[in-house]
Design a protein around this ligand. Structure first.
Ligand SMILES: [Zn+2]
Length: 158
């Protein structure tokens, strides 16, 4: 990305999170982030920021979190893993709809029955930098239902 794009990313990091103290308000912290992201692809990093804001806008992601997420996004683009899995149709994930207060919410769940699911595994609680851990977790499909039951009956996901 070029300098203007890098600054846009920094702006999003400063504006997208509702925190009392945003470390990116400090110039030296901004510089570290700039250094870390400047050689990376803008579009991928922009998607990462969008995803992180939507997942948990209460915590500003650390540099290591950003890089980890970027790496995952990049891998997905370069070589999407697909399998002939019957559960997820080889995509590695399924969307689970839950009704909360009469409003349907869609969750992504990764497929734990095939390799393609690996790329969608995510657990924000395991972020290495404890200060920036989040509660955002992508659970395996088997946590929501029994994949074998669903597959054999075509039943609805509850
Ligand atoms: Zn699968």
């Amino acid at each position: 990305m070029d300098e203007t794009q890098a600054k846009k990313i920094i702006m999003r990091l400063r504006g997208g999170f509702n925190v009392n103290f945003n470390p990116l308000n400090e110039v030296h912290v901004q510089k570290e982030y700039l250094l870390a992201i400047q050689s990376l692809d803008y579009d991928i990093m922009n998607e990462v920021i969008t995803r992180l804001i939507r997942a948990d806008s209460d915590k500003v992601p650390s540099i290591s979190c950003l890089l980890q997420e970027y790496h995952k996004g990049n891998q997905k683009r370069m070589q999407p893993v697909e399998t002939d899995c019957k559960y997820c149709n080889g995509k590695g994930f399924m969307l689970i709809t839950k009704i909360i207060d009469d409003f349907p919410y869609e969750y992504i769940a990764y497929c734990d029955r095939c390799e393609a699911g690996e790329q969608y595994k995510y657990d924000g609680r395991k972020c290495r930098d404890k200060r920036y851990q989040t509660n955002y977790v992508i659970n395996p499909i088997s946590m929501y239902f029994d994949p074998d039951y669903i597959f054999t009956t075509g039943g609805e996901v509850k």
